[in-house]
Design a protein around this ligand. Structure first.
Ligand code: CAP
Ligand code: MG
Length: 412
């Protein structure tokens, strides 16, 4: 008989193998608990251990994780790849971000980062298009693609929504985007909105000679969501939008599979992410949520505004770098900056994030004193000026819409 005790899960001399999943946690041990004791409990409870030492024979496969490094409040845990079912993201998260989040052995615990081995990555589809959407859909090489959400977020009629979309497309944005809480409500039903918006899209394309598209929100119960994706493809749109955290990773994986058949790109909104990542000492970092999103296969993902705008951000630049980094040949993800942006913030934003981006501006377009079309034009002018390396005020001298936006919101 051999025992499985907490001590079995701590080995500071262990070197991870190339198939191990390595997770970095920051933990605060509970009162009276040493760092070592808490760290071994993290590895235990998230792999094959429990609170009691076991007395069993050795006829089981050892799926134990190992805490192999402790540095201040930071610990590293190596998980054997065999612990994880191939391609099952909920199962992975039930291990590495599951019971341990509520363990009494720690006052707080935050999953900061994962180093994903090829053995696990290869089980996931990853993105279909990634940042390739810029050139493949829009034929754009040198600038970010630009999106807008009509405001108010909800309550516009279908006709008004489509009209706002038309004004924004003609003004200069590439993408109309639904807001996260707009799905299929009676004031603006999904099917009608899709049809009417795409009719306006076609008109805007004809008038501008540019490709335009629609990030239409299909978020719903999974089967319903798949039906909506089918409808989107049958109407000739290029994208669906999904709220990945609220609808869940299993649903995202299912949608990704359907989108492969349909040839649709996936725009990922992340409402509720802050419930996991906002507290600096507890939860799951946005960096890890972004990694999970890439494995599950979204093409575009909201990652914040590098500290600009209206919302709290976690390391936008570092997350974007990870989304663009090599991952055993898996397609990258196009980061999307959104939240309280306006034309005057574009130079600082692009300085931080570069051009391989999607930028979304809602209030900063529709709040323009001359309306949506002028607001979209101001946004596009701000981007064009930045790409050309021309200072905002200089460009604004002969671009009236930008001048008005700068007058209203400034450059901060
Ligand atoms: C932006 C937005 C997005 C947020 C989400 C909103 O609108 O549509 O939902 O950007 O945050 O409703 O706030 P504005 P994040 O452009 O009017 O701010 O991108 O950080 O996930
Ligand atoms: Mg929104």
């Amino acid at each position: 008989m051999s025992g499985i005790t907490y001590e079995d899960f701590l080995d500071l001399s262990y070197t991870p193998t190339e198939t191990d999943l390595v997770c970095t946690f920051r933990i605060a041990p509970a009162d009276g608990m040493s760092m070592e004791a808490a760290a071994s409990r993290v590895a235990s409870e998230s792999s094959n251990g429990t609170w009691a030492a076991l007395h069993i024979d050795d006829t089981f496969t050892d799926m134990g994780a190992t805490t192999f490094a402790i540095d201040g409040d930071t610990i590293k845990v190596a998980y054997p790849a065999g612990l994880f079912e191939a391609g099952n993201m909920p199962q992975v998260l039930s291990c590495i971000a599951g019971n341990i989040m509520g363990m009494k052995a720690v006052d707080t615990i935050r999953l900061e980062d994962c180093e994903w081995p090829e053995a696990i990555v290869s089980g996931y589809r990853g993105p279909q298009f990634g940042s390739g959407v810029r050139s493949e859909i829009f034929g754009v090489e040198d600038r970010p693609i630009l999106a807008t959400v009509p405001k108010p977020k909800v309550g516009l009629s279908t006709a008004k929504h489509a009209e706002v979309g038309y004004e924004a497309w003609v003004g200069g944005v590439d993408l109309l985007k639904d807001d996260e809480n707009l799905t299929d409500q009676p004031f603006n039903p999904f099917s009608d909105r899709l049809t009417e918006s795409l009719a306006m899209r076609d008109k805007a394309q004809d008038e501008t000679g540019e490709v335009k598209s629609y990030l239409v929100n299909v978020t719903a119960e999974t089967n319903e969501m798949l039906e909506r994706a089918d409808e989107v493809a049958s109407q000739g749109n290029e994208y669906v939008m999904v709220d990945v955290v609220t609808c869940g990773w299993a649903a995202v994986q299912t949608l990704r599979e359907r989108c492969e058949e349909l040839g649709l790109a996936i725009h990922a909104h992340r409402a509720m992410h802050a419930a996991f990542d906002r507290l600096p000492d507890h939860g799951v970092s946005m960096r890890v949520l972004a990694q999970v999103s890439r494995l599950c296969g979204v093409d575009q993902l909201h990652t914040g505004t590098a500290g600009l705008g209206k919302l709290a951000n976690e390391d936008t630049v570092g997350i974007n770098e990870w989304l663009r980094s090599d991952l055993y040949g898996m397609t990258d993800v196009l980061p999307t900056a959104s939240g309280g942006l306006h034309p005057g913030l574009v130079p600082a934003l692009m300085d931080a994030t570069g051009t391989n981006m999607c930028i979304q501006v809602g209030g900063g377009i529709h709040g323009h004193p001359e309306g949506t079309r002028a607001g979209a034009a101001a946004f596009r002018q701000a981007v064009d000026a930045t790409v050309a390396g021309v200072p905002m005020d200089e460009y604004a001298a002969d671009h009236a819409e930008l001048a008005t936006a700068l007058e209203k919101w400034g450059t901060e």
